[in-house]
Design a protein around this ligand. Structure first.
Ligand SMILES: [Zn+2]
Length: 297
């Protein structure tokens, strides 16, 4: 291990904190500690339609109740006002990054809809695969306007990386078309924001759930196109599963942290449950956060 890696805990305030976040926190803080590194807290509220300030307030409150403190910033700093660590406070950063990207590669408006993809599939008897898009929008040179997404041409071929938890991995950069960097509502996309943020915040270890493995090649390529010589390392951990092996989501009320604490469950019970749900413990039992981190040692 190289020492002193910087990683981040980066929830989106689109709902309440749940056991999946807690499992992620164990890996984020655990791997940071293992490398002698540090954890940043980032509010990923790039989606203006889905994020709400009351969810952010609840999320910060839940972190405090759990005793989860990032090295930077504190929850009080985030409550106090605008922050470098809240995406909605940094609009100019993404505009500047977009302009930089547009000088490095083709960025274009795309009016492809589900219908376009379905029509392509019907004509070709297989699903569309990238790069580009089925409507050939790059060649059409559409005007950028509300209602159209923006894609960045990142080329083809695979990117490979040495995943800290999964080992050597590789995958296509444009599995289902060129990467969208702005959605139809004009929001910068998750992929674009995290690459810009990880670069500007000096994050060199990204710790997240396995559901994002397929998004990784495009993010590595995008980081390079934005001028980052060495993309971050990645660690993709298991997602939480119910006792029957089913995937749990924040829609499952039983996993909501705030509600569980309100009902009298201890944070140690919740840490133990989260650790068991990702296979770090055989059976749930109350453990401190510190004990949970040592499960990764
Ligand atoms: Zn298109």
């Amino acid at each position: 291990m190289t020492g002193g890696q910087t990683t981040r805990f980066a929830p989106a305030p689109t709902g309440r904190l749940h056991l999946g976040h807690l499992a992620n926190a164990i890996y984020v803080w655990g791997l940071a500690r293992r490398s002698g590194g540090r954890v940043l807290l980032r509010i990923e509220d790039h989606d203006r339609q889905r994020c709400r300030p009351e969810y952010e307030a609840a999320l910060l409150g839940d972190l405090d109740r759990l005793g989860l403190a990032a090295d930077e910033p504190s929850t009080d700093e985030l409550r106090a006002g605008p922050s470098s660590y809240r995406q909605s406070d940094n609009g100019a950063v993404y505009v500047a990054a977009f302009e930089r990207l547009a000088t490095a590669t083709d960025v274009y408006a795309c009016d492809c809809s589900r219908t376009t993809f379905a029509a392509w599939r019907a004509r070709n008897d297989r699903a569309w695969t990238g790069p580009g898009c089925p409507g050939d929008c790059l060649a059409r040179g559409l005007d950028r306007r509300p209602g159209l997404l923006l894609r960045a041409s990142l080329g083809d071929r695979d990117e490979r990386w040495d995943d800290l938890l999964l080992g050597a991995r590789s995958g296509p950069v444009s599995p289902d078309g060129d990467l969208p960097v702005s959605d139809r509502n004009g929001n910068w996309t998750y992929a674009f924001c995290v690459v810009v943020d990880d670069t500007r915040h000096g994050v060199d270890l990204v710790v997240r759930g396995e559901d994002l493995v397929d998004a990784t090649p495009a993010q590595i390529r995008l980081a390079r196109r934005l001028g980052r010589a060495t993309p971050p390392r990645f660690a993709h951990h298991p997602l939480i599963r119910g006792p029957d092996g089913s995937k749990l989501s924040k829609a499952d009320g039983a996993t909501a942290i705030g509600a569980r604490l309100d009902a009298g469950h201890t944070r140690e019970e919740l840490f133990g449950e989260a650790a068991a749900m990702v296979g770090l413990l055989d059976d749930p039992r109350p453990i401190t956060f510190d004990e949970a981190l040592h499960l990764l040692a």
